[in-house]
Design a protein around this ligand. Structure first.
Ligand SMILES: [Zn+2]
Length: 233
């Protein structure tokens, strides 16, 4: 009897030890999981609350003219642009007008809209002129009113054009290639992240590159070719 009970005691002890190890194991796994979960949540909160978008892009090779429009509710609401998932290309739909005039139009909406029942909301981060000059109207860490549902996560570029076809001349086109390349480089964008206003709303904008799909695809190829060549230098 005595021997039997000792055996039983030993077994119980072993069982208890095994149980304890099991509990410690489960507890450890649970703890690791909780620490991981906590880290994920903290990381999410930090990245969501932090504004990673800088006001300007490196423009060593482009020469950007910064002429910010005045903060106002119709064209520069100063709402933060927190992330950049794409670049949207537009045409001004105003043949012969140049970059500075379009920049002034955005700026003057605050006065033009006075007393109007249906005020116009419009702007763009950049306007590229007929001589290839690039005018930045809005810091990149603020949204522009250009691309409807994509205002919150894209940078917009308006391009001037000489006539009703909406075709960009060589100077405008070359600057557009360089600017979009710089933006793709800065925000790690892919070819498919370069879109037309048309791709957001179906609007006939930028007209020539909506009508000529091949020219649009060629443009995106030119951007990535420029990036590759620039980097290999
Ligand atoms: Zn447009």
């Amino acid at each position: 009897m005595k021997r039997k009970s000792t055996k039983k005691n030993t077994r119980t002890k072993k069982d208890e030890q095994a149980k304890r190890i099991k509990y410690i194991f489960i507890f450890s796994v649970l703890l690791i999981f909780l620490v991981y979960l906590f880290a994920v949540i903290i990381n999410h909160v930090i990245s969501g609350g932090k504004n990673n978008v800088k006001a300007t892009v490196n423009d060593e090779n482009i020469g950007i003219i910064q002429d910010y429009i005045e903060p106002n509710e119709y064209s520069r609401p100063q709402k933060k642009l927190k992330k950049v998932n794409g670049v949207v290309v537009h045409y001004t739909a105003n043949p012969g007008s140049d970059a500075e005039a379009n920049r002034d139009y955005f700026n003057n909406l605050q006065y033009e809209n006075a007393g109007k029942d249906r005020p116009v909301y419009a702007s763009s981060h950049y306007v590229i002129g007929l001589k290839g000059q690039i005018v930045q109207c809005i810091p990149l860490n603020e949204i522009a009113y250009a691309s409807n549902s994509r205002n919150d996560d894209t940078i917009s570029i308006e391009c001037c054009h000489e006539d009703n076809t909406g075709r960009f001349n060589d100077a405008t086109y070359d600057s557009l290639v360089k600017l979009v390349a710089a933006l793709c480089d800065e925000y790690n964008l892919k070819k498919d992240d370069i879109i037309r206003h048309y791709d957001v709303t179906g609007k006939d904008c930028p007209r020539y590159y909506v009508k000529h799909e091949k020219k649009w695809n060629k443009f995106k190829d030119d951007v990535f070719m420029y990036m590759k060549d620039g980097k290999s230098d």
